[in-house]
Write a new protein. Sequence first.
Length: 193
Amino acid sequence: MPASMPTIAELRSALGIGTLYSDTVVDEVCQSAQDIVLSYLWVNATNNSGHSNTANTGTLYFDSPINKTFYVGEVVNITGNGSKHNGNKTLTEVGTFTITYAITGNNNTPTPFHPVVPYGLVSGATYVDYLTVPAVNQAALMIAVDIWQSRQASNATGISPDFQPSPYRMGNTLIARVRGLLAPYLSPNSLVG
């Protein structure tokens, strides 16, 4: 599995830049493209809006029912909720709007409910590795090329309806140009708005 989508070598080859730029600079573009594409794809993840904890259990709160999404004994990966909550956790209780799990460490002072801003993320088992799907990789490569070209020449842009160069290459049409490649994998949540 590649370290990023696209890989540094793939982007270097597509751009024809050889070793002119450092791996760090090229990798930033690769990671940005990967983050953009993956944010539109359907994954087994749900955002939580708050959390609380006792000395040895943590509880996450959701704005919509999750009792049919998660199950007791499931191992989930929690991110964006602070060190005592983040990581792989085995669920010990699932309510209509809450999940509970064991927490460990030396800083487990009980805390009441408080919101998580921006939302945290709870990920269950994933059955698709998008890094291995050719259409997804091609879409990420195309976005990486656009990001690279926008970084190098701010007026290497699209054309507006009046045939004038537009500086908004990174605008709302960025994902629209690759939506055909991503269509079978798009999350319904990414289509709202």
